[in-house]
Design a binder for this molecule. Structure first.
Ligand code: GDP
Ligand code: MG
Length: 297
């Protein structure tokens, strides 16, 4: 029975620039990258993607500024990123084996120790080294911080990534299925497009609507000759009345959302965009207050 309990959680991927966080995320998610975010975009803690496992789900959260330039701004950025991190269930700390020791990284780790959030250390880029070089790094970190697991990986080749997912799963607690499992894509562009549409929903509708809606991209095709990017997207809502609000009087609202999103997408992609939006009631998409709370809403 116990094994059938659904588990879920939010994970923050943290680490210095260039250690391979984005590469790792792409590798973990692969085709499993979900293009859905249950909340308005903020730079603080946006959902990068959701890993749909067998009976579990891990939502990865971005933590901008946890490491950046060493300017005056830096301290407060780190502070806010560390705040974000306190709202998550798992910390995924990524280091680069070719540059494994970083004072700043370790001071962030020390701060985390008090929070008692399960942390997993990822030693990335092992394709660029030999096992003898990995061992002392494992030793150093296992002695300096109570990691739940230390996993050497190559985000580039995928070596060790399965084991990492496995270790992350062990850190999860029973929890709801925050994200519908069928919303997947391997297109980061689609993720971005969906986020922009979501942002326009947020800007144009009242409070409950953004929380109750999700955006998925049905298709995204570029015709380079015509310099035209065609995007078809669905806006999922929970009830008929929400669908009515999204569509608006004589389709005015969905047109407004589409127009605003199209203008922004054209700027980003530097091409003409044809954007078709469709509203759809999707009972599986349920708002979960716990999910929102976790995200600070
Ligand atoms: P981020 O700044 O932490 O998100 O790092 P990125 O994912 O953008 O990666 C920074 C650079 O490291 C890129 O050039 C990646 O191709 C490279 N990289 C990431 N993971 C690996 C790895 O496992 N092995 C090797 N050799 N290079 C990697
Ligand atoms: Mg990155």
């Amino acid at each position: 029975m116990e094994n059938n309990t659904f588990k879920s959680g939010f994970a923050a991927i943290i680490g210095a620039p260039n250690v391979g966080k984005s590469t790792l995320l792409n590798n973990m998610l692969g085709e499993k990258l979900a293009i859905v975010s249950p909340k308005p975009q903020t730079t603080r803690n946006r959902i990068l993607g959701v890993y749909h496992g067998n009976n579990f789900q891990i939502a990865f959260i971005d933590t901008p500024g946890i490491h950046s330039t060493r300017t005056m701004l830096h301290k407060s950025m780190v502070a806010s990123a560390v705040e974000t991190v306190s709202e998550v269930d798992i910390l995924v700390f990524v280091i680069d084996i070719t540059y494994p020791f970083d004072e700043e990284a370790e001071s962030i780790l020390k701060q985390q120790e008090k929070r008692k959030i399960p942390a997993v250390l990822v030693i990335n880029k092992i394709d660029r080294t030999t096992p003898e070089k990995i061992l002392p790094v494992i030793k150093h970190f296992s002695e300096s911080f109570p990691f739940k697991a230390i996993v050497p990986v190559s985000a580039l080749t995928g070596n060790g990534v399965d084991r990492l997912i496995n270790e992350l799963e062990k850190c999860l607690s029973p929890g709801p299925e925050y994200f519908p499992g069928d919303m997947t894509t391997d297109q980061p562009d689609e993720f971005l497009a969906a986020e922009i549409i979501r942002e326009k929903i947020y800007l144009n509708t009242k409070r409950e609507i953004p929380y109750s809606s999700a955006v998925t991209i049905t298709s995204m095709k570029e015709n380079t000759q015509k310099k035209l990017l065609s995007i078809h997207a669905k806006i999922h809502v929970e009830t008929d009345s929400q669908k009515g609000i999204i569509i608006g009087k004589r389709g005015g609202m969905i047109k407004k959302i589409g127009e605003a999103a199209r203008i922004e997408l054209e700027k980003i992609y530097g091409t003409h965009v044809f954007l078709e939006l469709q509203a759809k009631v999707d009972k599986n998409w349920s708002r979960d207050t716990k999910a929102l709370k976790k995200l600070g809403y």
